[in-house]
Design a protein around this ligand. Structure first.
Ligand code: SF4
Ligand code: SF4
Length: 392
């Protein structure tokens, strides 16, 4: 979407929501499972847990029990009040059924109750900003280096295509300044990730991880280093991760690259021994097409709106809505376009509102220039083997 009223795009929308500015909002989470618990931990992080009043659930076995310090109630006991809202926090499979149940109960969708995706991606950050003056981001990343131990043909960050004359690593000051810039504008983030390239090639990984943990861990829900697990972390890094509850996300290429199998197994054993949290990523890969796609402006706009660009990046005082676009622009297209980022670092109201709008899909042209060279993350037709290597 093109910015038409930059810095004020949501002012009218917020007024129309008719949430009273004097009264507190009472949140009820319909579903005492994983999503409900995750949302509770975000409310807790932001000091708003007292606004979550109870879980609602259809499971008779859970009624009148206590979960995350909250009682679990039946819907029949819920009394709708002004400023109280229900969030359906169950998996997609049960969402429709519960939505119909709430309709029958007399509640209105997007007024009295919200579906998970609508709430989490839109209403939640909107309410946080406009009601509580909290700027929240779901996910932000810092790419410490474009260098990598592997050369994946369809690397989403286009690392194997980097011009070796480009600057490949952030300096330690640049990395720390990037972290400061982010938290200079944003208040909280669900997931903060250090990555690359391969971040364990980055010589100051310990100092940067320590800095992030020490200064900002209390403003981050989940914190990870994303790695291909081909370099075993040293003891210093393991200790820092333990101290600050920072985990590893392992992009698993053991099938595509059998030569790294033992090393990855060793990496996982090491984390288990040190009781450091980790998760193994086995996501499907798609060929984004950065090397050969040429979309029209109209098509780029359509793709950008569908894509929602979930992978944000902070780099110095620049906040990029799509790290993939930034990488492709630098690595393949000689820095074509400058609409990928906004400048952050200050807490002034306009900067924060612009950052919120940028996350919600507003930008100067209505798309990023790299969307003209991209299939979009939602694409289902271009599946490729994860980790397939380029021949030397
Ligand atoms: S391991 Fe990750 S960063 Fe390295 S080339 Fe493969 S996809 Fe890119
Ligand atoms: S279409 Fe491609 S370049 Fe555009 S936002 Fe999505 S992933 Fe980024």
């Amino acid at each position: 979407m093109k910015w038409k009223n930059k810095g004020k795009e949501f002012d009218e929308i917020w007024k129309e929501m008719k949430i009273s500015s004097d009264e507190e909002i009472c949140f009820y989470l319909f579903g005492a499972g994983k999503r409900g618990t995750e949302l509770c931990s975000l409310f807790r992080l932001m000091g708003l847990l007292q606004n979550v009043k109870a879980f609602l659930d259809n499971d008779k076995a859970l009624i009148n029990t206590v979960k995350d310090g909250l009682s679990v109630q039946e819907l029949s006991g819920y009394i709708p009040r002004k400023n109280s809202i229900v969030i359906i926090s169950v998996g997609e499979k049960y969402e429709k059924e519960i939505s119909e149940q709430l309709d029958e109960f007399g509640l209105k969708k997007n007024v009295d109750y919200f579906l998970w995706n609508d709430f989490y991606n839109y209403y939640f950050p909107l309410i946080l900003l406009y009601k509580y003056n909290i700027l929240f981001d779901d996910m932000v990343q810092i790419s410490l280096t474009e260098r990598c131990t592997l050369r994946c043909k369809n690397c989403a960050h286009t690392c194997p295509y980097t011009d070796k004359n480009n600057k490949l690593d952030l300096t330690i000051d640049e990395a720390m300044n990037s972290i400061d810039s982010f938290f200079g504008t944003f208040d909280y983030v669900n997931r903060f990730t250090l990555l690359g390239g391969e971040p364990l090639l980055y010589k100051n990984i310990c100092e940067v991880t320590q800095y992030l943990g020490e200064k900002y861990r209390s403003r981050i829900n989940d914190c990870f280093i994303t790695t291909n697990a081909t370099i075993i972390p040293n003891e210093q890094l393991l200790n820092i991760c333990k101290n600050y509850n920072i985990g590893f996300e392992i992009s698993d290429y053991r099938v595509a690259v059998p030569a790294i199998r033992n090393r990855v197994n060793e990496f996982i054993e090491c984390l288990e021994k040190e009781t450091i949290k980790y998760r193994v990523l086995n996501d499907d890969w798609i060929d984004l097409g950065f090397l050969y796609i040429n979309n029209t402006n109209k098509e780029a706009e359509r793709i950008f709106d569908l894509c929602k660009a979930p992978c944000h990046e902070v780099r110095l005082n620049r906040y990029y809505t799509c790290i993939l676009a930034r990488c492709a622009s630098e690595n393949i297209y000689a820095n074509e376009g400058n609409e990928y980022y906004i400048e952050i670092g200050s807490k002034d109201e306009v900067t924060r509102k612009i950052a919120f709008e940028f996350i919600q899909g507003y930008c100067q042209e209505g798309y990023l220039k790299m969307c003209k060279h991209c299939n979009g993350l939602f694409s289902k037709n271009n599946k490729v083997t994860p980790g397939e290597q380029l021949l030397l």
